[in-house]
Design a protein around this ligand. Structure first.
Ligand code: AMP
Length: 404
């Protein structure tokens, strides 16, 4: 039997097919620019002799309904999923589970309504996730479908860390609070870290740093998240590719009064034109690092600001946890950028955090240990795998269903 994982975005559909027995990957695909004449679909898979193959399709995919059909056709053509009866379950990534979902759940009409009710909290993401769920339900009938929420891992954050210092009624009436995101990634790498260190996760204080185009940090005590840097929306916290992260909220009033920017313009400014891009005009960390190395002042500044914010969060979370055993770097930047890891740990030796420059420059796909011999804190680079985590949580829900 097999497990299919779907990540349905507003104009894309990512999918991965796993073997249920060991959660090994059988196929993974991406359909991009849905609704556009330039849409393209690709699938990589392992054939019956275990050789990796690729399928491509460039015909326009008009909507998510057609995208699901294209996915099914490609999986069938690859021989990895000939009949939907081979599916033990389907796991869907859902961005916002609000306060309703602390763990993955089997999808039914009530769950769909609850995800719908949360649309105001994630107006771009939840509708796209729901579209994937609805269309798949029509296609596969009774196959169990499971929703895995980006926010669920952070639901263990205590009240004093998730509440903003705003009138309490805004929390009661409008649910204004910290939710946090990237939960499946933080949960996955924290568990991998404990396995790697060969220690029960219950004994460990871990800081996980998911550094991609979107970036967030999480403080995890005994396997439970106690704080995270993203807030009510993914805008808060670390400096990101195009998002500002933390800033003085009064800047918005100032810009509104002085520059006449309206709400939508401010939203675009903070979400799409700020962060690394705002400082140096570029949001790709590879380009920024190269330019910084060649002496470009703005690129150097962007890199320094990015790493300084990161260092402040590491320090804050060491305080929140009362000491840390392990720090994990993950995401496109965390896994690949030695300079970001080096700068974000710089000057923290007195806090027991010592990075080994040589180990840090090694590139490998497996878990990499980069602390120096005298470091009191383990520093690990762990490739994240959100799809695997969704498959694993889906399987857990299916197994629990079969027991009860
Ligand atoms: P993600 O959102 O996790 O896919 O990560 C995207 C970010 O990872 C982009 O800023 C990329 O520039 C960055 N990235 C990917 N590969 C590298 C690399 N080799 N060195 C530095 N940054 C990288």
């Amino acid at each position: 039997m097999k497990i299919l994982v779907l990540n349905s975005g507003s104009s894309s559909l990512k999918f991965q097919l796993f073997k249920k027995a060991d959660l090994s990957v059988l196929a993974s695909g991406l359909i991009e620019q849905i609704g556009d004449a330039k849409s393209a679909a690709q699938l990589s898979f392992f054939d019956s002799s275990g050789v990796e193959q690729e399928l491509k399709q460039n015909a326009p995919v008009v909507d998510h309904r057609e995208a699901i059909k294209v996915m099914a056709d490609m999986l069938r053509a690859s021989g990895t999923l000939v009949d939907t009866e081979e599916l033990a379950g389907i796991g869907h990534r859902v961005v916002h589970g609000g306060e309703s979902f602390h763990q993955p759940v089997r999808i039914d009409e009530n769950v769909i309504s609850a995800i719908e009710e949360l649309i105001p909290l994630a107006p771009l993401h939840n509708p796209a996730n729901l579209m994937g769920i609805r269309v798949t339900m029509e296609h596969v009938g009774p196959t169990p479908q499971v929703a895995v929420f980006d926010t669920a891992f952070h639901q263990s954050i205590p009240e004093h860390a998730y509440l903003y210092a705003l009138p309490y009624s805004l929390y009661e009436k409008k649910k204004v609070r910290r939710y946090g995101f990237h939960g499946t990634s933080h949960a996955y790498v924290a568990r991998q870290a404990a396995l790697y260190l060969d220690r029960p996760v219950e004994e460990l204080n871990i800081i996980t740093l998911h550094l991609g185009n979107g970036a967030s940090a999480a403080a995890i005590r005994g396997g439970k998240c106690i704080d995270t840097s993203m807030g009510m929306t993914p805008l808060e916290g670390l400096v990101m590719g195009t998002r500002s992260g933390d800033l003085d909220p009064a800047i918005l009033f100032y810009l509104s009064r002085e520059s006449g920017l309206d709400i939508d313009a401010l939203d675009t400014l903070l979400n799409k034109e700020s962060g690394l891009k705002g400082i140096c005009g570029e949001n790709d960390m590879r380009t920024i690092s190269q330019a910084a190395e060649q002496g470009d002042h703005q690129a150097k500044l962007a890199l320094t600001i990015f790493c300084y914010r990161l260092r402040k969060y590491i320090g804050a979370y060491m305080a929140a946890l009362g000491g840390v055993d392990c720090i994990v770097f993950t995401g496109g930047i965390g896994e690949n950028s030695a300079i970001v890891r080096q700068l974000s740990c710089q000057g923290m030796e007195r806090l027991g955090l010592c990075l080994d420059g040589k180990k840090n420059s090694i590139r490998q796909k497996e878990i990499l240990e980069i602390q120096a011999g005298d470091s009191q804190v383990s520093l690990l680079v762990i490739p994240t795998d959100e799809e695997h985590e969704i498959a694993s949580q889906t399987l857990q829900v299916i197994d629990e269903m079969n027991v009860s």
